[in-house]
Design a protein around this ligand. Structure first.
Ligand code: 13P
Ligand code: SF4
Length: 315
């Protein structure tokens, strides 16, 4: 309680706002809500940060979220509780290799997931998140465009199936969503026939096939509210349960099965990088001003274009 009180005081004193992702620790999500910040999916975090008048944003999430905030608002001070929190998709798409791949296919429109570095975004025509990927690719396809998609192969394949677009896929994956297991999920579904299955599209195809709803974190939360089922099996990071339970107090949520459990699996249903955001690191960052996010100023004018396209498209 003392920590939370001190953080709220520091935020007010510095006219800073806390922007948190649904996968962060519930205490951080609650604090963001209580202090006038926001808890959101990655698209909404980007929009909120850009539109908010605060001169300092404290972004609780992973590195690409802080970088996106900086690219969209270079004049703001962007802090993160840790600068070490990366993402396996970002790591799996080094800019040199990616750029060379794009150079080999100059006839293709380059669409990248938000979970990428600023340098990769600067090489792209479009940035998307999972909440708008299908719609963006559909409209490009209607325009007769062929696509390079990076880095998440599972989301890419899902978008390809949904749209029928001509897409060349990069082959990275999310270490959290890759752990969900189809056979065990089918067994669990059979055990709880009243349950609906909610799946983030970073999951493998065999998991998506078993879903009653597929979507970004925000879309899955919406599905939990609108579907009539009393029980939900959720194939994404368990941090999302905080908001689902808050909005649906009379419904029950359980984790989709993974191969390992607890200590035997570092990334089972919980992102190890999201977990690096703690109340202590939030307070420490506010007190010291350390962990400021900087993006190479030469990249910003190029990286902002595909990001702004995404924001305009989803308005
Ligand atoms: P959302 O855009 O659905 O919030 O997902 C971000 C992310 O990193 C999922 O793993
Ligand atoms: Fe990246 Fe997966 Fe963690 Fe999301 S959950 S930040 S995609 S590693």
């Amino acid at each position: 309680a003392q920590l939370r009180h001190e953080i709220a005081q520091e935020l007010a004193r510095q006219k800073a706002v806390l922007v948190a992702h649904y996968y962060t620790d519930p205490v951080i999500q609650a604090l963001a809500e209580q202090t006038g910040g926001c808890v959101a999916d990655s698209l909404e975090m980007a929009r909120f940060g850009k539109n908010h008048k605060a001169s300092t944003l404290l972004v609780a999430g992973v590195r690409f979220m802080g970088e996106t905030a900086k690219i969209l608002s270079p004049e703001k001070r962007i802090l993160m509780p840790t600068l070490e929190a990366t993402c396996s998709l970002d790591l799996g798409c080094p800019v040199d290799e990616f750029s060379a791949f794009c150079d080999q296919h100059p006839d293709r429109t380059v669409v990248v997931y938000a979970n990428t570095s600023a340098a990769v975004k600067a090489r792209a025509d479009w940035v998307v998140t999972s909440s708008c990927a299908v719609e963006v690719v559909e409209s490009l396809m209607d325009n007769g465009e062929k696509i390079i998609w990076a880095p998440d192969q599972h989301l890419g394949r899902y978008v390809q199936r949904e749209t029928g677009a001509d897409m060349l896929l990069w082959d990275s994956a999310c270490i959290v969503h890759e752990e969900f297991k189809a056979k065990q999920l089918a067994d669990m579904k059979a055990l709880y026939p009243e349950a609906a299955v909610l799946v983030h599209p970073e999951s493998p195809e065999s998991i998506i096939e078993l879903a009653d709803a597929v979507g970004s974190t925000s879309q899955l939360i919406k599905a939990a509210q609108t579907l009539p089922n009393p029980l939900f099996i959720v194939a994404t990071d368990r941090g999302i349960f905080y908001k689902m339970q808050q909005l649906c107090p009379n419904k029950q949520f359980i984790e989709a099965p993974t191969a390992g459990q607890g200590a035997t699996c570092r990334s089972c249903a919980h992102c190890p990088w999201m977990a690096m955001n703690t109340l202590e690191s939030v307070l420490q960052t506010l007190r010291t001003g350390q962990n400021e996010v900087f993006v190479d100023p030469a990249l910003i004018p190029r990286a902002i274009k595909p990001l702004q396209r995404m924001l305009n498209f989803t308005q």
